[in-house]
Design a protein around this ligand. Structure first.
Ligand SMILES: [Zn+2]
Length: 367
């Protein structure tokens, strides 16, 4: 498999300041690091180099997205607001979403990196692509930043693929631990984009990502939320993929599969409360690669979203890109021997119940 890789050092220079995880420091909150800081992503990139896998990938150079490309999803006032705060030296553009000077230009480079990844896949230059971009995008709304996200990188990539390359049907599979609300909102009434989100039940945004939110208007039936109970592990996620996600893809028959990929459902994550290990991320990716191979000529693009464990994200990321490229580096995940054996990794009845309810949504998908 010829796999593309999009990254840029400037992605790491998006400055979320010295917040204490989610909170602005002050006299009662000691300064620390914002949860969405560069470390997890930079270490992921570093392990890609150390493992040798980077040598086997097609490097795709990002470029800034143009205003017109951003405007396919976002409003002008949202773009202007991000630029104004960035130019003024930074500040909070949404709750718990601080940015720094230059974050506007870096966010354009993230969206443009996604576009370049989509371009390379859709034109057949490569089979699939991983876009390690920052800031992330899956919470961003058309008119607002949200949850560390400024511009919807995956949405902008999808709109580009549709507008420029005539791609008609797209399916998204978002396994970030938080609900992919921005992607859902972008396509909620669109019958040509199937949006699927696996996430921890009622984590973020609050009261978002319900099973009963299935799309509206012409898009009715084309949104699937799988809100898994906190504590879900490898067994629950693999069951959800096997019983809901893959059958949904096979019924919808997309021309392109897009995965907003977060690693905050991993067992070591400080914000999520799930238990995934790199072995599950590998298997879930293999399922998407197989589905893409059967349904849409292998076309698969992943955009990087959350994931906040600096020690562990790199191993999950490496497993994903190994599965995308079909190349095994032999580099071992040192956590795996312990974490795969943790209690709770098997599918449990209360998790199976939610997954069974989600299988009921398959009949609503228009093929
Ligand atoms: Zn997340």
């Amino acid at each position: 498999m010829n796999t593309g890789w999009v990254c840029h050092e400037l992605y790491m220079w998006h400055n979320t300041q010295n917040w204490n995880q989610l909170f602005e420091p002050g006299l009662t909150i000691q300064p620390y690091e914002h949860a969405e800081n560069p470390e997890t992503k930079r270490r992921f990139r570093n392990l890609m180099e150390v493992s040798g896998l980077l040598d086997d990938l097609t490097i795709i150079k990002p470029r800034p997205a143009t205003q017109d490309e951003i405007l396919r999803f976002h409003t002008q006032s949202h773009i202007d607001n991000i630029k104004a705060v960035s130019d003024a030296g930074g500040g909070e553009v949404s709750e718990a979403t601080p940015i720094g000077r230059g974050s506007y230009e870096i966010a354009l480079l993230a969206a443009g990196g996604a576009i370049e990844g989509f371009d390379a896949v859709v034109t057949g230059k490569i089979n699939n692509a991983y876009v390690l971009c920052r800031p992330p995008g899956h919470h961003a709304l058309s008119d607002a930043a949200m949850g560390f996200c400024l511009f919807g990188n995956a949405v902008i990539g999808i709109e580009h693929a549709r507008a420029v390359h005539g791609i008609e049907r797209v399916a998204t599979v978002d396994w970030d631990v938080h609900h992919g609300n921005g992607t859902e909102a972008a396509f909620y009434e669109d019958p040509n984009v199937l949006t699927i989100s696996l996430h921890q039940d009622n984590l973020f945004p609050p009261d978002s990502g319900l099973l009963s939110d299935t799309g509206s208007g012409a898009g009715e039936g084309c949104n699937i939320n799988i809100p898994l109970p906190p504590g879900s592990g490898n067994g629950a996620y693999l069951a959800a993929m096997e019983q809901v996600v893959v059958p949904a893809l096979r019924k919808f028959k997309p021309d392109l599969i897009v995965a907003p990929c977060g690693f905050d459902a991993a067992v070591m994550d400080p914000l999520g409360h799930m238990m995934l290990t790199s072995s599950a991320y590998r298997k879930m990716t293999e399922m998407l690669v197989a589905a893409a191979g059967d349904l849409c000529g292998g076309r698969l693009v992943m955009t990087h979203e959350g994931g906040y464990s600096a020690p562990y994200v790199p191993y999950c990321g490496l497993a994903v890109v190994e599965a995308m490229s079909g190349k095994a580096t032999g580099l071992e995940d040192p956590f795996l021997a312990y974490a795969d054996a943790y209690g709770g990794q098997d599918l449990m009845p209360h998790q199976a119940e939610i997954i069974a309810q989600a299988t009921g949504l398959l009949s609503g998908i228009k093929s």
